[in-house]
Ligand binder design. Sequence first.
Ligand code: PMP
Length: 431
Amino acid sequence: MKFTESERVQQEAEQYILGGVNSPSRSYKAVGGGAPVVMERGDGAYFYDADGNQYIDYLAAYGPIIAGHAHPHITEAINKAAETGILFGTPTKHEVTFAKMLQEAIPSLEKVRFVNSGTEAVMTTIRVARAYTKRDKIIKFAGCYHGHSDLVLVAAGSGPSQLGTPDSAGVPKSVAQEVITVPFNDIESFKEAVNHFSDQIAAVLVEPIVGNFGIVEPVSGFLEAVNDIAHANGSLVIYDEVITAFRFCYGGAQDMLGVKPDLTAFGKIIGGGLPIGAYGGRQDIMEQVAPLGKAYQAGTMAGNPLSMQAGIALLEVIKEEGTYDYLDRLGKQLEDGINALITEYEIPATINRLKGAMTIYFTTEKVTSYEQAENTDGELFARFFKLMLNQGINLAPSKYEAWFITIRHTEEDIKQTLLAVENSFKQLSLV
Ligand code: PMP
């Protein structure tokens, strides 16, 4: 495959756009460098780059494109919205319709607010939790990404009773000191951190199923224990469902797993591919937010008609009977196929999968923690990534990301993907 035009565009991009990309995860730095493929057009499970190469897409734009590219129902909704005015700065009926749909799908959302990104949604839940509890500190889990606001850009790896250090330049130490990081799936460390900081802890921020060091499910009883311990301490539980909501079932991971947070943050999928975020939860907590309360959150673009109508259209599509069984079936076909190839070609790899989301880790150990995910073979992943790319299979360029199957993928696409995996494994196992 030739990438001449992608390389040319990337070179030009670097003259104007810092680093040539508008989000660092798009660069190929983590997979040994090179110009990222410049995409021109998407259609269902496929997209096409500037050189005319076709790919089966498992990136799904890092999650939102669960209905595939350019889904006709969503495209129609966006076109209709564009024709009738894209921004008013006033309330619209679409916000109400969409909020009601979310509330019906996820009953813990007694009240909801729309914002523009997952980052904003998480950042605001933290502010609201602090306002409600009149406490400042937050507990988060190591390796979990919650957007790029100051407070959540704090290094993993600090011991349970240590204060955080900033993970990014520009985050004040004083901010990072308000964050305590503990290992995911480790209830003892969590308990220790809560006991140590007790009445300073405003909230614990949890991804109920981790999506950012691969797909990692909570061990049995973990989320229930987090809830019990946090609540006994007078702290709130915030779920970051930016990846998980509507990913594994129609609703939140919270409904699938039968646990209920006090507040939840959303993004990605719920915008049908347009910029969006949302947060919501218990009525008495949400009442902290202006104009009713003193916690401030606002947005010129918040609840904009385009994102609302795209989100409504997306939910209409995935609400159809059979969506998640279909994703699960294709996911299983992919997982089983790759597992057979792992055995046949003696590749040191293991898979975590839930429904249509999956991660392949280059290690022989089952991955349940960030530490294990960190210790997987990044070089082997980088070679695998490039081999797959060259066969027209587009994955996220990072060993920590998931493969996302969309409702537009077919069994045939999975078969074709497995052929590419086999070819890649053959080349990897020769060395
Ligand atoms: N939370 C989680 C779990 C995420 O995966 C992400 C984005 N990858 C965010 C928050 C931030 O969302 P956004 O990129 O829309 O700001």
